[in-house]
Write a protein that binds this ligand. Structure first.
Ligand code: GLN
Length: 275
């Protein structure tokens, strides 16, 4: 399964974050430690998004070739600086296309998104999830938050691109606040709805807006390194820093410098962790 990483903190070279640590994201592409049966290497491309306060607020670079073959990682990306970065290396799920448009991060307005996992039978499941979410939004007073044709907007014919179409609708300011009070609530609603239709789904989602990071751990690895100065969420720790925390299964988290909120997706109480 893919590996992803998000960073918010003092400005860093974008390329440095891809190679940071003895177990960097680039190393995790060919020697991941915790794939949990979802493939062995992440050779089907990579992508990195960074925020820069311009218009559009977030830009990305993607390549469908293995990250370790791309000289831009060492020759170009280190010359770009940003205070927020979201990156992913991809191992395509069987039957899904290997192409640049299938590589995360997916973007929309200020948002960048990555999915590490799989939605079995994703075409049928994403249509069913779309109608459930639309019904919930209609009950909460919104008219037609989601429409059947929306899934055609998916950038690639993959489960991850379809999930992004659904999630970005939930993040829309027009979405009913009673139902979706925050990005964390949007992730919770999406994951819990998908698993009602696809109980075997693996849904490690990672979302950023340039100031905060949100992620879910659902049948895949997720770790957090949060200090007063910076926050990192990553599929696997990139170094041996003892401050890395392993995020429990079935959680949704929000991270920013000085704050890590971990909430269970099984409806347990919220924990705010001191960092
Ligand atoms: N299913 C997604 C894809 O094919 C994500 C794959 C993964 O996590 N390995 O792009």
């Amino acid at each position: 399964m893919c590996r992803h990483l998000g960073y918010v903190g003092p400005a860093v070279p974008v390329g440095e974050l891809l190679v940071r640590g003895p177990h960097s994201l680039r190393t995790q592409a060919w020697a991941p430690r915790d794939m949990r049966g979802g493939g062995t290497i992440n050779a089907d491309g990579f992508g990195v998004a960074w925020w820069h306060g311009g218009e559009p607020p977030v830009t990305r670079y993607r390549n469908p070739a293995p990250i370790w073959t791309d000289p831009a990682v060492e020759e170009v990306l280190p010359h770009l600086e940003s205070t927020a970065v979201l990156a992913a290396v991809r191992s395509a799920t069987i039957g899904m296309p290997v192409e640049r448009s299938a590589c995360a991060p997916f973007l929309h307005e200020q948002w960048a998104f990555s999915h590490n996992g799989v939605v079995p039978d994703w075409r049928t499941v994403s249509s069913a999830v779309l109608s459930d979410l639309d019904a919930a939004a209609t009950r909460a007073g919104a008219t037609r938050l989601l429409q059947t044709g929306d899934l055609l907007e998916a950038e690639s014919a993959t489960d991850s691109a379809a999930l992004w179409v659904l999630l970005r609708r939930l993040l829309d300011p027009a979405a009913p606040r009673d139902l979706i009070a925050s990005p964390l609530a949007a992730l919770r609603l999406l994951v819990t709805t998908v698993v009602t239709h696809a109980p075997a789904a693996r849904l490690n989602l990672l979302l950023g807006d340039g100031a905060s990071l949100w992620a879910t751990a659902w049948e895949h690895a997720l770790s957090a390194l949060v200090t007063d100065d910076y926050a990192v969420l990553a599929s696997e720790p990139y170094d041996a820093d003892p401050r890395w925390q392993s995020i429990p299964e079935h959680s949704v988290v929000r991270a920013e410098p000085g704050l890590l909120t971990v909430e269970s997706l099984n409806n347990d109480p919220v924990t705010e962790r001191a960092v």
